[in-house]
Design a protein around this ligand. Structure first.
Ligand SMILES: [Zn+2]
Length: 200
């Protein structure tokens, strides 16, 4: 597997070191890495091509090339294997000892990644289901429109019931940006074959 580390990844490490959060940051990086390995392991066992794993300051991104773009079960299995790895990490942590921060971070990874919004794992499952029923080009557009709608609705409901939070605005903006970027990239047909798994 080709691993690419963004230069700003090191900068964010230094930032967290300076503010005395290095241990926490390293734990998150390890969880993100193992989450991506979960996807990669399943992809490999289905004979997919593993292209690159990117580590960036805002998370890990795994680029894969599915063997059969039309196989719904394969797509769903690969999408679920990342969160499944986090579930396994919670179980292992609990067997070894009292790993509250570890379990909490893994649980957040599972919940967040399963939101049904592209480019999160839950969004990949939506994509796989759309691919099954709708012609690819149309499916991609529906995926993006759906992603934007769910993001706006989710952020709105969060602010309404939980309250205004800076983090939720950043997450919302990130998801909107990713979906619009994806819509623009759709003209490159080759992208359709790619399976991008993003994990903040
Ligand atoms: Zn994932």
């Amino acid at each position: 597997m080709n691993i690419r580390i963004h230069p700003l990844w090191f900068v964010s490490g230094i930032y967290f070191y300076v503010y005395d959060f290095l241990e926490w940051w390293l734990m998150i990086q390890l969880i993100v890495l193992l989450h991506e390995f979960g996807h990669a392991w399943m992809a490999k066992s289905l004979h997919w091509k593993i292209i690159t794993l990117h580590m960036t300051p805002i998370g890990g991104m795994l680029e894969l090339e599915p063997r059969w773009i039309s196989r719904t079960t394969d797509l769903v299995l690969v999408a679920l294997s990342g969160p499944a790895m986090n579930a396994l990490l919670i179980i292992v942590g609990n067997l070894i000892g009292d790993f509250q921060a570890w379990s909490g971070a893994n649980l957040m990874m599972i919940l967040f990644n399963l939101l049904p919004i592209f480019p999160l794992d839950g969004g990949q499952i939506v994509k796989a289901i759309l691919y099954r029923w709708i012609e690819y080009d149309k499916a991609e557009r529906i995926l993006v429109i759906w992603g934007l709608l769910v993001t706006f609705l989710g952020v709105g409901l969060f602010i309404q019931f939980v309250g205004y939070h800076f983090g939720i605005i950043i997450i919302g903006l990130f998801l909107v940006e990713q979906n619009i970027h994806y819509l623009k990239m759709l003209k490159w047909r080759s992208l359709r074959r790619r399976f991008m798994s993003y994990s903040p």
